[in-house]
Each structure stands twice: as structure tokens, then as C-alpha cells.
Design a binder for this molecule. Structure first.
Ligand code: NDP
Ligand code: HSE
Length: 446
């Protein structure tokens, strides 16, 4: 097949896991991509801070200064895959000011500065495409913006950090050490430059911010997301949860309620029989509950060079197709950046974590004597917290000798404020010997 069309010229800033992967993919699948786009997509200029001998940049202009790529008139689309929110923000802003379209994988940048970036893009009639920013190779942005456009979306729940899921899976399935697995995730290119973003839930909160905006038609509000990571999870809780028929997954949850929108990221007990409970390793999965379609689930690799490059290049194809089909200077037409028209975003309140409703797993360490359980259940009952299941475990040798025993409780759905108050009273009992461990539980039924 011959193309008389001019190639679309791409500049890439950042040649790490994602940038290197995108460069490779554009080369390896060049002819397939050109057949889809209707013209070749060529990389004309890359910006790198240091040499990247593993990347084949032959025939490509290479600059140490990323802004040289931004200013280059031979670049039609700028791919920002350097990460961070300072230089990257400047790069994206300047590229739009210069009339370039932008493709980015940078969820931190969009979650924190996306409202202004998309407003600038609209004003300049340019695209900011960001499929790679959430769930790596899973095309969840396209699903929410286009595939489900006829629906009212009620909830989005997902395993949206590959590094965290990889660590939890390896620890659970192979008994491996947390930090050893984290190092492996870094070596595989899954982790963020600062891996605290992965294990403390910040990366998932960035992604949830984006998903919630697309699902509900609200502005990006990263600061209102409640985020807890996986660093405090213990093997004992994972084992007790399994005994009760649950898996613990690190989940991002955005849910529409009558009072407002819940936006939260935290370890969560999920019934073992749910499909999403069986998403392991670096895989991600996003469950969308929408009306009238019902539950739909999207699954695939959430991080790494190949899967993320797949999303970056798909965005390039989308933008390139639009450029070919629109006359020069016609501006930007088609799908709104945040799924809803910019003037149709609404201000539904985001709920504080103590306003959310969820069920709980509680683990208490108690003096092993009659009456303790009755004291605990008495407190829960005063806060109208119903118990779903109780597991009283024989104590480990040392605790047994000291007369201590763990009690595990599952509750029904309750408001977090009531649970906080009940936990406060339980911890004040003289027979309760440590902080109460609390992990939220979601059944995720339609
Ligand atoms: P890497 O750290 O592997 O690569 C980043 C690249 O950008 C490196 O080449 C780095 O240079 C360069 N860079 C960073 N800051 C600057 C700067 N100020 N000036 C010039 N160059 C700079 O990151 P990833 O490829 O993993 O991630 C890139 C982006 O993609 C991030 O926003 C990340 O969140 C996102 N992402 C990553 C995924 C993954 O699986 N890795 C998946 C989805 C999204 P140097 O080598 O000199 O540090
Ligand atoms: N660090 C991220 C993760 C990369 O592990 O999910 C993909 O966004």
C-alpha cells in the first residue's frame, strides 16, 4: 500500500521505559500503523537528559534540552513521557501554546494540573491525548469516553497500580519479601520514579481522579481523593481474609451516591469469587457499573514498556487520523477531553472519607478472657453496626502464653464516621491490647 500523504512528525521528550517503548513500537509496527492511520508516523526529534544507548535514535534529531523539541517546527505532535509535574507541565503548556498536539502518559500531571491543561488545549484547538495515563495497556479512557457514552455511570472500581498488585501477588503467592519484590518491579520498569507513589496509593489516586472525571463529568480533583497504600498490610490479615473467603486487593473506587461522590484508594477485601479478585501480578482491571449496560470489566497489563507504548501509539494514531481529516486551522473537533463537554462538567460534591459507606474487616488483639467479645459487640451494636462474621483464632505461641488472642470481625455496610467512633471506644477497653486493624470491604456486586 502506498501513501502519498505527508508523514505526521512526532517529538518525544523522555526516553525511559515508556518513551523507549514507544520509539521501538513506532519502528517495529511502522507499516501496520501507517495502514491504520493513512500516513506514516515518524519520530523526528527526541529530548533526552543523558545517552540512552539501548534506544535506536538513528536518523532522529537528539537534543539534551527538551524545550528544543517543543520549539521544533518539524514536530506536529509532542509525546511527553518524562514524568513529574514541573518541567513536564511547562513542556506541555509550551507545546500547546506553539500549536502542537500532545500525547502524555503522565497521570500525576493531569490529575494535578489537567483542568488548566485541557482548558488551554480547548482554547488552542489542540488535543491532549492520555490513554497511557491509566491502567497501562488497557484502553479504559476510550471505554469511558466513547464506548460507554450512552450510559449513566454509577461506579468505577479498579486495580490500577501494577506495581502494587505485583507486590501483593508475589507476597501472597510466593511468600516473597515486600522490598525484594518492589526492587524487581523497579527493574522491570513498572514503578514510578519515586516508588512511594506506587506503594502509598498516590499513583492510584492520580488515576482515580482521571477515571472519576470521565465517569461522572466532574472537574479533576486529586486533592479530594482519600488514599491509603499497601505498606501496612500484614501477611496475617491476608491469611485471615482468605479464610473468610476474600482476597485483599489495592482498589481505587469512585462511586456516585445520593450525598455526593466517593473517591477512595485503599486495600480492600473483595469476595474471592469475583473476577477482579483473580487479577494478579502487574495486571490491572477496571470494573465499571453503568446503566443500562450493567457491569463491564476491562483487564490487561497495567505497566511496562510494551503495554504502555501500545496506549501511547494508539493516541498518536487517533490524533494523526484527526489531523488528516480536519482542514488545517479547523481546530479540534470530536470527543471532549474529559468525556463531557467542558461547559457541562458539574460540581457534585466529593465526600470526605468519614462520610463514605462501606463494610469492614476488623482485627483486634484482646485479653483471652470471657466477656471481651460481648464488650466489643456491645459497642458495635450501640453504633448500629451489624456483624456479618466472627473468627476467633487460637493465639500464636507467644501471644497465647501472654493470654492474648486475635478476634476478627466482618461488619455490614456502615458510615465510616460511626465506625471511627466505635473503634475509638473499642481501643479504650482495657482488654484490647493494640490498635484495631481496619480494612474496608466491598462486595462489588452490581
Ligand atoms: P523513566 O524514568 O523510565 O523515564 C523518564 C525519562 O524522562 C528518562 O529518560 C529521564 O531522563 C527523562 N527525564 C525526566 N525528567 C527529565 C527532565 N527534567 N529533563 C529531561 N529529561 C527528563 O519513566 P517512565 O518511562 O517509566 O515513565 C514516564 C511517564 O510515563 C511518567 O509520567 C509515568 O508516570 C508514566 N507511565 C509509566 C508507566 C510505566 O509502566 N513505566 C506506565 C504508564 C505511565 P534520565 O534517564 O536522565 O533520568
Ligand atoms: N507505576 C505505575 C504502575 C505505572 O505500577 O501502575 C503505570 O501507570
Amino acid at each position: 500500500m502506498q501513501y502519498g500523504q505527508q508523514p505526521i512528525r512526532v517529538g518525544i521528550v523522555g526516553l525511559g521505559t515508556v518513551g523507549g517503548g514507544a520509539l521501538r513500537l513506532l519502528k517495529d509496527n511502522a507499516s501496520e500503523i501507517a495502514r491504520r492511520t493513512g500516513c506514516p508516523i515518524v519520530v523526528s526529534h527526541v529530548g533526552v537528559r543523558r545517552d540512552r544507548p539501548e534506544c535506536d535514535t538513528s536518523g532522529i534529531r537528539v537534543s539534551r534540552d527538551v524545550f528544543a523539541v517543543v520549539r521544533d517546527p518539524d514536530v506536529d505532535i509532542l509525546v511527553e513521557v518524562m514524568g513529574g509535574t514541573t518541567t513536564a507541565r511547562e513542556v506541555v503548556t509550551q507545546a500547546l501554546e506553539q500549536g502542537k498536539h500532545v500525547v502524555t502518559a503522565n497521570k500525576a500531571l493531569l490529575a494535578e494540573h489537567g483542568n488548566e491543561i485541557f482548558a488551554l488545549a480547548e482554547a488552542k484547538g489542540r488535543f491532549v491525548a492520555f490513554e497511557a495515563a491509566v491502567a497501562g495497556g488497557v484502553p479504559i479512557i476510550k471505554v469511558l469516553r466513547e464506548g460507554l457514552a450512552a450510559n449513566r455511570i454509577n461506579a468505577v472500581a479498579g486495580i490500577i497500580n501494577g506495581t502494587g498488585n505485583f507486590i501483593l501477588s508475589e507476597m501472597r503467592q510466593k511468600g516473597r519479601d515486600f522490598y525484594e519484590v518492589l526492587k524487581e518491579a523497579q527493574a522491570m520498569g513498572y514503578a514510578e520514579a519515586d516508588p512511594a507513589f506506587d506503594v502509598e496509593g498516590i499513583d492510584a489516586a492520580h488515576k482515580l481522579t482521571i477515571l472519576a472525571s470521565l465517569a461522572f463529568g466532574i472537574p479533576l480533583q486529586f486533592k479530594k481523593v482519600y488514599a491509603e497504600g499497601i505498606t501496612r498490610l500484614t501477611a496475617a490479615d491476608v491469611a485471615y481474609a482468605a479464610e473468610l473467603g476474600y482476597q485483599i486487593k489495592h482498589l481505587g473506587l469512585a462511586r456516585r451516591t445520593e450525598l455526593g461522590i466517593e473517591l477512595r484508594v485503599h486495600p480492600t477485601l473483595i469476595p474471592a469469587e469475583r473476577l477482579i479478585s483473580n487479577v494478579h501480578g502487574v495486571k490491572n482491571a477496571v470494573l465499571v457499573l453503568a446503566d443500562p449496560v450493567g457491569p463491564t470489566l476491562y483487564y490487561g497489563s497495567g505497566a511496562g514498556a510494551g503495554p504502555t507504548a501500545s496506549a501511547v501509539v494508539a493516541d498518536l494514531v487517533d490524533v494523526a487520523r484527526a489531523m488528516r481529516n480536519q482542514p488545517v486551522g479547523a481546530g479540534r473537533a470530536g470527543v471532549p477531553h474529559l468525556a463531557f463537554q467542558p461547559d457541562a462538567l458539574d460540581n457534585t460534591p466529593i465526600l470526605n472519607i468519614d462520610q463514605v459507606h462501606t463494610a469492614y474487616y476488623l482485627r483486634l488483639l484482646a485479653n483471652d478472657r470471657p466477656g471481651v467479645l460481648a464488650d466489643v459487640t456491645g459497642i458495635l451494636s450501640r453504633y448500629s453496626i451489624s456483624i456479618e462474621a466472627i473468627l476467633q483464632k487460637p493465639a500464636h505461641a507467644a501471644d497465647h502464653a501472654a493470654g492474648k488472642a486475635p478476634i476478627i470481625l466482618l461488619t455490614k455496610v456502615v458510615c465510616e464516621a460511626a465506625m471511627n467512633a466505635a473503634i475509638g471506644e473499642i481501643e479504650a477497653l482495657t482488654d484490647i491490647l493494640d490498635h484495631v486493624v481496619r480494612i474496608r470491604l466491598e462486595t462489588l456486586d452490581a
